[in-house]
Design a protein around this ligand. Structure first.
Ligand code: 4HQ
Length: 241
């Protein structure tokens, strides 16, 4: 997977992506990252890329010209990659979208700042719009980093363990079960006995039940699309779901 990011703040993207698991994946070369500074495509002596909004109002708007030229230049080099614009108006990002996007060899992310980008540039270059949630940020860089982080862990070789195995631990659309590590007792709180028993069958059963329990209590909406077997449904009924 090769990520390409069109942005006015390449150092923000690089700092986030060079950290921790994605940083290691970049070092290993199992993912790639290229930031294109949109400012490099300004035609003005002062490298200006924004201007006042037509019709008035607060803030500045990114001009179409540097965005379109930066993007077209990039597209010449990486054919057949979708251009994704991060915006609250996009479809809300989820694990299913991550799995779909992880199938591409290259992805291009377009990050807006200030009040956003001149609509004509979006019409000309954008293939898909994605939102990371219903709240307003200062720019699309952190949303792009979040989407890239999520896709990265689906790329074979990025996680220590087998990716497909870990992906199952989005657990058929259920929330994660609680995790514990040493010591066995901390401030009077013990690790559940079943996890110390060494009985893998019981451990699996307990974890599955905790996943179902948590999902019912904090995110019952997820149960609509969860993949549950007969035993799961029985347990769900038992706990009042
Ligand atoms: N933005 N999900 C970029 C967001 C956002 C979101 C606000 C994107 C500002 C210029 N992006 N504009 N939520 O809040 O993706």
């Amino acid at each position: 997977m090769n990520f390409h990011v069109l942005t006015l703040f390449p150092e923000l993207i690089n700092t986030v992506m060079n950290t921790s698991i994605t940083g290691r994946a970049l070092e290993k070369g199992v993912i790639g990252l290229e930031c294109v500074d949109i400012r490099d495509y300004s035609h003005s002596k002062t490298r200006r890329v924004d201007d006042y909004p037509y019709g008035g109002g607060a803030g500045m708007v990114m001009q179409a010209q540097p965005v379109v030229e930066a993007c077209n230049d990039l597209k010449k080099r990486v054919g057949n990659a979708p251009v994704i614009y991060l915006t609250p108006q996009g479809r809300v990002f989820d694990q299913k979208m991550a799995r779909r996007l992880a199938q591409y060899d290259d992805l291009i992310f377009l990050c807006g700042h200030y009040e956003g980008i001149d609509e004509r540039a979006l019409e000309l270059v954008v293939d898909e719009q994605i939102s990371i949630g219903d709240y307003v940020l200062t720019g699309g860089e952190l949303p792009a980093a979040i989407v890239m982080d999520c896709i990265s862990r689906l790329v074979p070789g990025v996680l220590g363990n087998d990716t497909s195995a870990d992906e199952e631990s989005f657990h058929d659309g259920l929330l994660e079960y609680p995790q514990y590590t040493r010591p066995e007792e901390f401030m009077g709180l013990r690790v559940p006995d079943v996890l110390l028993s060494g009985h893998h069958g019981n451990v699996d059963k307990w974890r599955r039940q905790k996943s179902i329990e948590r999902t019912l209590y904090v995110r019952p909406d997820l149960l609509e699309n969860a993949v549950l077997n007969e035993k799961d449904r029985e347990y769900l009924k038992e706990i009042g779901g």
